[in-house]
Ligand binder design. Structure first.
Ligand code: OAD
Length: 238
């Protein structure tokens, strides 16, 4: 049985909770309707911060109305079950939502940041943030006006926790990618890294991702069904 499992999740795991994905083959993803270069880059924020705030304020409202689905719940249960068996789950997500945490996952690594946090560009501190954000808000930590931004990794910025992520991948005996299109690096490169390490690789997605060919095994279906099924199989094989 695999005891040290490294899981990477993407927008597909939260799709059935009502949060939109960024890309899909039908062209209905968030980045088909909104231009990421005008909303998700440091340059866009410098040019028009209120427009960027407006985009993330809408997404924050959407998130606060959403609830975790069966995929989030199954992954939280897997974390507990593996720990009881002397194993370990590393859960890395590209998602900026908190649905893994709300389902009970205890150690979630948010490599692209968190929508419910504000970051101060002056003092760099993070503040929990559940309401709309605007240029009129002062940083609650240092009081500086016009210094808050969403705690999101934008295009052109370095993802967070890469050292911890690669260290965990080095110790894993299985890599599982769930609900991600495999089109944004460095996360899209984790499967190649896992293969180089000789780790078993597995994809769960609604449809073939951009890097599906790189996986040892793939399974296609809705995350809310495919993930609980896979978790049950993993736990039965112990
Ligand atoms: P994408 O929107 O690129 O891909 C979503 C994936 O989820 C696709 O491969 C879909 O097939 C799959 N999917 C959709 N519904 C599903 C379901 N019900 N069950 C299982 N799979 C489903 O999302 P990510 O790969 O997460 O970055 O995108 C990576 C990054 O690109 C995001 O973190 C975001 C974006 O720009 C930032 O905003 C920094």
């Amino acid at each position: 049985m695999c005891k040290r499992i490294f899981i990477l999740t993407g927008a597909g795991v939260s799709a059935e909770s009502g949060l939109g994905t960024f890309r899909d083959k039908k062209g209905a993803g968030i980045w088909s309707r909104f231009d990421p270069m005008k909303l998700a880059t440091p340059e866009a924020f410098a040019r028009d911060p209120e427009k960027v705030h407006e985009f993330y304020n809408a997404r924050r409202l959407n998130l606060l109305a959403a609830t975790p689905n069966a995929a989030h719940v199954a992954l939280a249960a897997l974390e507990v079950a593996l720990a009881k068996r002397g194993g370990h789950l590393t859960l890395v997500t590209q998602n900026i939502d908190d649905l893994h945490e709300r389902a009970g996952s205890m150690n979630v690594i948010h490599m692209h940041g968190e929508l419910l946090k504000a970051r101060c560009v002056a003092c760099h501190r993070l503040t929990l943030w559940r309401r709309d954000m605007s240029t009129a808000d002062a940083c609650p930590a240092c009081g500086r006006a016009n210094a808050l931004r969403p705690h999101i990794v934008w295009f052109g910025e370095m993802p967070l926790y890469l050292k911890e992520i690669f260290a965990a991948l080095n110790e894993a005996d299985m890599f599982v990618s769930i609900g991600t299109s495999g089109s944004v690096y460095p996360a899209a490169g984790f499967v190649a890294e896992a293969r180089a390490l000789g780790i078993r690789t597995f994809e769960i997605n609604l449809e073939r991702s951009d890097n599906a060919d790189e996986f040892d095994e793939t399974r296609y279906g809705r995350a809310s069904e495919a993930v609980p099924d896979w978790v049950a199989e993993i736990l039965m094989s112990s």
